[in-house]
Design a protein around this ligand. Structure first.
Ligand code: GLA
Length: 333
């Protein structure tokens, strides 16, 4: 095994480019603690700051896990990206309903949105440097623009603008991001662009676009990644890659026969990490944070998505938290 102390620190290597982040949990700040401290200077809570985690019942906020992650960041001089305030997923049902189970009115839902954002953002005011205010509001399918959701159906399209206004009122110094996946896809990127542009045109406080970057060893095309960066950067906002991982499987590949990645997979992965980091470096003036959705192959949500219980190996550190070929490709340039 490589002695950890002898390898370069990712975030130090990239100190003149952007922050290097990882999604973490109360477990991984222990199980991956040393790795995180050495290589990362930004963290994101994988689940602990999502609406259903912090406000499972109306007015009953739970910050214990979120606070642990905040304390870990502060103890180790790391930034924390807040994730996320308004989303169709992992949000508690009560938020959208009246006591009798009928849908809450626009007014009530907006009041609850405001209370939620206000409480969460103010708790970490001045400590969380940026927030993914709205997550995944754009529809993937070509035909429609915004995703069907309770937010959209019960409030209307301006739920997005309202969320940014409430967040800005709660902490006027926090950088506010719109975050989405399939961000490089030619159809979807135009819609994301359209949404963010419309917010800017209405003078809504938005400061950045979060590009999730859930990719795999075959796609998306580098030309699409570059085109998406150019397009979003043309809005004059900062870009963060917020949830990067490079799956060794195509999305439609359901094979479950592997207990370790093949040589070919590792080769392709290393090549892709090299290529995308080359692009990131080129755009360092607009890209200010590259966050992985995890840190090392011993823990990844992809072990349960899209195939439950199938191991995946998406990061630059392996299951023993040792550097992979991918790591060497991104630290030597
Ligand atoms: C989305 C969300 C994240 C996380 C990932 C998968 O990308 O934004 O919070 O849930 O899916 O884990």
């Amino acid at each position: 095994m490589t002695n950890r102390a002898n390898i370069p620190s990712l975030h130090e290597v990239y100190k003149d480019h952007f922050l290097i982040g990882a999604a973490v949990t109360p477990n991984t700040i222990q199980s991956q603690g040393d790795l995180l401290k050495k290589h990362f200077n930004s963290i994101t809570a994988e689940n602990e700051m999502k609406p259903v985690s912090v406000q499972p019942k109306e007015g009953q906020f739970q910050f214990e896990d979120a606070d642990k992650l905040m304390a870990f960041a502060e103890a180790n001089n790391m930034e924390l990206r807040g994730h996320t305030l308004v989303w169709h997923n992992q949000s508690p049902n009560w938020m959208f309903e009246n006591e009798d189970g009928t849908p809450a009115s626009r007014e009530l839902l907006l009041q609850r949105m405001k209370d939620h954002i206000d409480t969460v953002v103010k708790r970490y005011k001045g400590r969380i440097y940026c927030w993914d205010v709205v997550n995944e509001a754009i529809e993937d399918k070509r035909e429609s623009y915004l995703r069907e959701s309770k937010w959209l159906n019960q409030v209307g399209e301006d739920f997005i603008a309202k969320a940014f206004q409430f967040a800005h009122e709660a902490d006027e110094d926090a950088l506010l991001f719109y975050n989405d996946y399939n961000e490089s896809n030619p159809v979807k990127r135009e819609k994301i662009y359209k949404l963010v542009k419309s917010l800017l045109d209405q003078d809504i406080p938005i400061h950045g676009v979060g590009l999730q970057g859930h990719w795999n060893i075959h796609g998306p095309e580098l030309t699409d990644i570059r085109a998406a960066i150019e397009l979003y950067a043309s809005l004059g906002l900062k870009l963060h890659y917020t949830e990067m991982d490079i799956s060794v499987f195509n999305h439609d590949d359901k094979r479950t026969d592997l207990s370790a990645p093949t040589e070919e997979m590792l080769e392709l992965q290393a090549q892709r990490y090299e290529q995308v980091f080359e692009i990131f470096r080129e755009y360092k003036d607009v890209i200010t944070n590259i966050t992985f959705w995890g840190a090392a192959d011993d823990y990844t949500w992809l072990d349960n998505f899209p195939v439950r219980g199938r191991k995946n190996w998406p990061f630059v550190f392996d299951t023993n938290q040792q550097p992979k070929e991918s790591f060497w490709k991104i630290v030597k340039f």
